[in-house]
Design a protein around this ligand. Sequence first.
Ligand code: PSV
Ligand code: MN
Length: 426
Amino acid sequence: MKITQQHIADLNKKEDTLFTSELDLITNRFAKKGVDVNSIIDKVAAFQVAIPSWALGAGGTRFGRFSYGGEPATLEQKLDDIGILHALTKSAGAVSLHIPWDIPQDYKAIKEVASGHGIIFDAMNSNTFQDQQGAKESYKHGSLSSTVAASRDYAIQHNLDVIKIGEQLGSKSLTVWLADGSNFPGQRNFQTVLKHAEDSLKSIYAGLPADWSLFIEYKPYEPAFYSTVIQDWGTSLMLANACGDRAYTLVDLGHHLPNTNIEQIVATLMYKGKLGGFHFNDSKYGDDDITVGSIKPYPLFLIFNELVYGMENNPQNPDLAWMIDASHNTKDPLEDLIQSLEAILIAYTQALLVNQDELRAAQQDNDVVKCQEILQDAYRTDVRPILKAARQKAGGAIDPLAAYRSLAVRSTLITERGSNSKATGL
Ligand code: PSV
Ligand code: MN
């Protein structure tokens, strides 16, 4: 199924144009505070988030997985699904591939499908957390940090192979998430595994093309339950520094212990020019991978407040590779992704509404109450009319979820692909 510009135009015509008067109210209110809503509309329209190739099917847990029906069974179909998301939202113009789940068979054809949808290939993701069929070495006792030298070499080679695949697609970055860790005290020598991880990452970095970046993701626990080799942002930053200038830390919202001040981590990394990638999701307990903004929208806004400050004030930090890293256990994956994209853009827009100069002055005056008022005035603004205007301007649907439902996308996909087709991934 392909959504055409005509579909969008017809649906937008039917959309309630009430939002324009709501938009006028916001524009006038914030103009008085020295904030230009028209320039915010342009920034929001330009914001693009990569969709991971593993997030287009219904996810699951180790206890079970229930397919949603009409799931994309091939990489082409996954790109088609992202094409649907992008046509509706105009904010999903990139895909992040996971290797070996999605190795292209015909590069030329895959690139054509992607460019036909206006999709670029963002960060490539390696997978050294599972043994693949026919694998010559096992990751049972770790990969880049394994006690077994052959397993380390095998994992390094896999990452170099992923780079080769990415080069053929036009990608410019590699994300390494290392699942290595231990389940029992005493099982590993912490210093030895850290040294192995560092040496392996340096070998991968040495094979990185000159215009590529390396993103090092961290996570406190899971799949290992006692220790994880790259458990926190400090370890990730240390390893990135050991590799070189084009190695960065990647922050995944779900990869923190409860109550961690993620906005402060973001600020620290950007100040050092070392925040490279960002994975969006939300959680109640751990790495739950649920819809962005569904549990903790205020912390998400506070994180965006620091991201916006960094984007505007830290030229030493590169443009970020944004990606949604969520699972959709009981929802239509495409509807869930539309909801996540909406939540991301809402938090971004609210952060853009903060008058940074006014905030800086209140901070300087130690007017704590005013600082809070400035932030919460932005956070408590219903910014959805700004999102609608941005999408309309970019040629997307004013209300993407309503458009998705009125175009009966899921039932069309089920008719085209059947109700038993399954997407690869977790
Ligand atoms: C690990 O939990 C992670 O966040 C990494 O980004 C992986 O690549 C992704 O999830 C999918 O397993
Ligand atoms: Mn992630």
